[in-house]
Ligand binder design. Structure first.
Ligand SMILES: [Zn+2]
Ligand SMILES: [Zn+2]
Length: 147
């Protein structure tokens, strides 16, 4: 992905979004950082450089970017909304120990679905929850030390 300010500005313009400084910065952060940040995480990272920035601005900016299909919402977490710059189909796994959201490959298009023939499907999400391999390993190490 081309992360230059010019290409990010072009991306916004191509969706008829005015490339304000905040919008460019939020989109740049998402491209650079990847993963599935929350409003709070984006705010903490960007407010260091942009003291005038408010959480409301970030929230509104994300709303605009989601509406324009430049960013998507990951609502796997009851506590907070997460945002994802990867738009192609993939599944999400959230670890209930460390809270990390992992991407995984899944062929959503090939899932056999019955009973929705007359429905208009707008979103297809695959959400798994459990314990990630890092946390499982740590648990095993801890129990070894107690032996
Ligand atoms: Zn974990
Ligand atoms: Zn993702």
């Amino acid at each position: 992905v081309d992360l230059s300010i010019e290409s990010i500005t072009e991306k916004l313009k191509s969706k008829d979004i005015r490339p304000s400084y905040q919008r460019v910065k939020v989109l740049e952060y998402l491209y650079q950082k990847g993963g599935h940040p929350t409003v709070d995480e984006i705010f903490r990272a960007l407010s260091v450089h942009i003291p005038s920035l408010s959480k409301v601005t970030i929230y509104n900016t994300l709303h605009t970017l989601v509406d324009a299909d430049l960013v998507r919402v990951v609502d796997i977490d009851e506590a907070e909304m997460h945002y994802d710059i990867i738009l192609s189909d993939h599944g999400h796994f959230q670890c209930e120990v460390c809270g990390t959201i992992y991407n995984f490959q899944v062929n959503i298009g090939q899932a056999s679905i019955e009973g929705l023939n007359q429905f208009e499907i707008k979103q297809k999400n695959v959400y798994f929850k459990g314990i990630c391999s890092n946390c499982l390993e740590q648990e095993q190490n801890r129990s070894k030390h107690h032996e």
